[in-house]
Design a protein around this ligand. Structure first.
Ligand code: AMP
Ligand code: MG
Length: 338
């Protein structure tokens, strides 16, 4: 057990963090999506330490974070022209693109795959850090399976004593992880994980955008996941999360009939006008706010001792699809339609 130091975003602290990363250590890092656990992307032992700290299955690849477009050529080959057009539009920002990897990316980082997911984050602290340390491999900084962290305090709760340092860069702006895409062919993009860069936004650049079926359907036994992360239970608090679809009157009736000790509801802001017969929390008025708040609310509900959480889902378009996808996994695909 080592002591975990909370660092500021001062130049001095960032140099300290960059040196930790260069020497093969793991550091908690702020990004505009969620907090990450960062390590030198080219160092297999450093990357293994990330998997150990999280308890993450070894076949679930890490995203490599860069701060300059010229790094793409070092990490990957056969990069389609469409990749660069998307990068021009959406980088720096919450878009991860999967392409064939070069040898410099170890299999530890790629989860044994021949491909690598690359992203250029926009968070100024993260960019400054990468400029000093080189490409950083980073998954979300939660214990595997638990809701992603959106503050340095969330990271401290999950990682205290497991990593040497966490940089506090404030609350994450988007609150859900990046949109992950791969290329079916030179003109076609496939969304493997929805995020704040939506299908509609990608369609402004790509001829064709496919939403992979695993985004809202459970992977069946024997079915191969295009994105290994999709086959694991994810984002789950200790409480049992259940999505309840239907109008607000039916929802209130259902909750009234099924209310028990430790039961809470999580609802969009507008629903608080109705008489919900159970303790409840709200998670935002629109999809962007809901994305920003979702993981923090799930963590708060655990702290409040929730045992069951009935959730009124968001809309399923735009950024709402990202929120719905995280909720579905948090609920282990348990959906009740009224
Ligand atoms: P996290 O690190 O927790 O944000 O999760 C990263 C997500 O990106 C996981 O769902 C991975 O399965 C996915 N991912 C990263 N790299 C690849 C890759 N090379 N191929 C397919 N999926 C990837
Ligand atoms: Mg994660």
């Amino acid at each position: 057990m080592e002591e975990t130091r909370l660092l500021t975003d001062s130049r001095e602290d960032l140099i300290y963090a960059a040196n930790l990363i260069k020497s093969g250590k793991v550091v908690g890092i702020p990004t505009e999506t969620v907090y990450g656990l960062g390590a030198d992307a080219s160092n297999p032992d450093a990357v293994k330490a990330v998997f150990a700290a999280k308890g993450r299955p070894a076949d679930n690849p890490l995203i490599v974070h860069i701060c300059s477009i010229t790094t793409v050529k070092i990490l990957a080959h056969d990069v389609p022209e469409l990749f660069y057009r998307l990068a021009e539009k959406f980088w720096p920002g919450p878009l991860t693109m999967i392409v064939p990897k070069n040898k410099i990316v170890p299999y530890e980082t790629s989860g044994g795959l021949e491909t690598v997911g690359i992203r250029m984050p926009s968070h100024p602290v993260m960019r400054e850090l990468i400029a000093m340390s080189g490409p950083i491999a980073a998954p979300s900084a939660n214990i595997s399976g638990y809701p992603s962290p959106t503050t340095a305090q969330h990271v401290l709760k999950d990682m205290n004593g497991k990593i040497p340092a966490i940089i506090d860069g404030g609350v994450c702006n988007f609150g859900v992880e990046s949109t992950v895409i791969c290329f079916d062919d030179r003109h076609t993009v496939r969304i493997l994980r929805p995020g704040s860069i939506t299908k509609e936004m990608l369609e402004e650049i790509a001829d064709k955008v496919i939403v992979d079926s695993a985004i809202i359907n459970d992977i069946q036994d024997g079915q191969k996941a295009m994105s290994p992360g999709m086959k694991y239970k994810h984002y789950s608090p200790a409480a049992d999360v259940v999505i309840v679809e239907g109008d607000i009157e039916s929802f209130c009736r259902f909750v009234g009939e099924n209310n028990s000790d430790g039961c809470f509801c999580l609802v969009p802001d507008g629903d608080s006008e109705y008489r919900i017969p159970c303790s409840y929390r709200t998670y935002g008025a629109d999809s962007r706010q809901q994305a920003h708040n979702l993981f923090a609310r799930l963590r708060e509900l655990d702290e409040m001792g929730a045992r069951k959480v009935f959730v009124r889902p968001p809309s399923k378009d735009g950024v709402g699809l990202a929120v719905y996808n995280r909720l579905l996994r948090a609920a282990g695909f348990e959906v009740i339609s009224l």
